[in-house]
Design a protein around this ligand. Structure first.
Ligand code: SPV
Ligand code: MG
Length: 293
């Protein structure tokens, strides 16, 4: 099955589905090996792994290059976190064309202004795009895709920007009516009230995707009962990587020896296995003359 069709099936599945953040080819492969059927190419995680902030400091083509490595390294579909679409409707159209060319199955765009800031940052304004302007972006995206199964997820930042349920519903309804394949309803509260209140009132036909980074203590069964379609574990490979790298770096700096670290980290053999070096060796036997191997 094409990756776009795989992703569409996941989004429309009657079960609650889970997708995992990744931020480069290696982490994408690790997510797939763990069993995830889809991958979130997180703007926060990609930016952080490039050493820049999640404020559109990385250009959209730099992000696209990373997403392409991720897609090449995996057989499961990638949903790119496309921020605000990196401009107006016209930039969105071009983004969609380039994503399709590079094998990305879906994109999520959010109704904030370019350059955006990460939604979980405290104490900063999060201005929203006008609803009609964002609706235009959704329509432009859907009109420009070549593959009918490419999915556009419209992300509502009303709660993030401090608005209430009416604004969240008004925007979600407008985005769903404009042709979005799903709504991502975001919240940065430590409890899931905003999301559950939204789900109780939601009459639209679009499936709803959530990112429970802040309300992580909510039992998963409650998401299922609320009728949510997809959960994104949005930054947990990045954060586990940071914790592991900080520990190893500090220990090596302090001890000036590899002895205690060696058995706490992946072996070099594991790196080769993850990257399928075996396949290259087989190809060398097939394609290189013996005196070049
Ligand atoms: C991301 O992973 O980049 C997201 C989710 O957009 S959040 O960090 O919660 O904004
Ligand atoms: Mg993001």
């Amino acid at each position: 099955m094409k990756k776009t069709s795989q992703f569409k099936a996941l989004l429309k599945s009657p079960q609650l589905e889970f997708i995992m953040e990744a931020h480069n080819g290696l982490s994408a492969r690790i997510a797939e090996e763990a069993g995830f059927q889809g991958i979130w190419a997180s703007g926060l995680a990609i930016s952080a792994s490039l050493g820049v902030r999640d404020s559109n400091e990385a250009s959209w083509t730099q992000v696209l290059d990373v997403a392409e490595f991720m897609s090449d390294a995996t057989t499961v579909p990638i949903m790119l976190d496309g921020d605000t679409g990196y401009g107006n409707f016209n930039n969105v159209r071009r983004l969609i064309r380039k994503l399709e060319q590079r094998g990305i199955a879906a994109v999520c765009i959010e109704d904030k202004l370019f350059p955006k800031n990460n939604s979980l940052l405290e104490g900063i304004p999060q201005p929203l795009e006008e609803t009609e302007v964002f609706v235009g972006k959704i329509k432009a995206a859907k009109d420009s895709q070549q593959d009918p199964d490419f999915c556009l997820i419209a992300r509502v930042e009303a709660f993030i920007a401090g608005w209430g349920i009416e604004e969240a519903l008004r925007r979600a309804t407008a985005y769903c009516d404009a042709g979005a394949d799903a709504i991502l309803m975001h919240s940065k509260k430590s409890t899931p009230e905003e999301i559950f209140n939204f789900m109780k009132a939601w009459q639209g036909t679009c499936p709803v995707v959530i990112v429970p980074t802040k309300y992580y203590q909510t039992p998963t069964v409650q998401f299922r009962e609320a009728g949510i379609s997809m959960v994104i574990w949005a930054n947990h490979l990045l954060r586990s990587g940071i914790a592991a790298m900080q520990k190893t770096a500090a220990e090596l700096f302090q001890k000036q020896s590899l002895v205690t670290v060696e058995n706490t980290i992946s072996s070099v053999q594991e790196v080769f296995r993850l990257l399928d070096n075996e396949e290259l060796q087989q190809a060398e036997r097939k394609y290189l003359p013996p005196h070049h191997r």
